[in-house]
Ligand binder design. Sequence first.
Ligand code: ASN
Length: 317
Amino acid sequence: MELQTLTEPTALEATMKHLSRTSLPKVLQVQQGIIRATHDFMFKKGLTQLMPLMLSPITDPLNHGVVDASIGYADQRWSLTKSMIFHKQLALVNPELESLYIVSPNVRLEFSDRADTGRHLFEFTQVDFEFRGKDRFFVMEFMEELVNYIFARLNKEIPEILIELRGELMPQYEKWPVLRTEKLEAALGSDYEKLKSEEATEPFWLINHKREFYDKEDPSRRGTYLNYDVIWPEGFGEGLSGAEREHEHKQILKRMDEVGTSTDTFRHYLEVAKAGLLPKTAGAGFGVERMTRFICRLKDVDEVTVFSRKPCTAAIF
Ligand code: ASN
């Protein structure tokens, strides 16, 4: 049978072209190297690995709208995982568990405004981690050490691939500047993240942005938030987000009200918080494809995928 009779030739041709890129196996070796080094680092640091969940009655509300991705099963609605934020917090209810991580597939059906950013996929993987009783300073230092560990391992394990794809080995970043979102926005306007990332030659932290209700508000400075993003340099933009978490019932309700999250959807989570069982935690998650893109200096994060996951683009596989 002719291929053309199977499906529209242009979609199939485009897919076959995407699958057959000669650079793809090397890009995938970089990605595999990131995951391999991450597992080793997490093991050395004593974090317990959780398997990912893809379905739950609750998932991350995110701070931007996406197309609903839920299904009906067993007389209830289940959302596809947007991030495992609540499951990270809830798993740490177990007093024997101090810290955890997950290589977590996330589905975020982005609207067309994010179709051509070069930074978004409607399905991607993040390495999500969380610690009981730690603060933002601990998590930020942990992430800096993890990044430098991954980069050193890649230099050792696949130097030729790095040279071929990015023209040089990975640096060790010693200094990670910490910038405040509101100050950067005042200086550079609404496109501050992109502009600062383009001029930066090293990753930097962006702290204090208004995000989801679970990012902790600073109790000593209401209206400011104890969260932190890593912004990759050279214009590659956001690569990680994290925060200290709200864990007190009253404060969670206040924050939910402020950002307009349904308390009904989260009623069981709120019950855990009301019983005082939600632990005090801090954590973060980094995008695996985005880190791969940054290392390989690729124009679009979709170049990391074997099967294209570009937002708002129909696929045949
Ligand atoms: N992983 C992020 C965090 O830990 C949450 C997210 O992906 N939206 O804060």
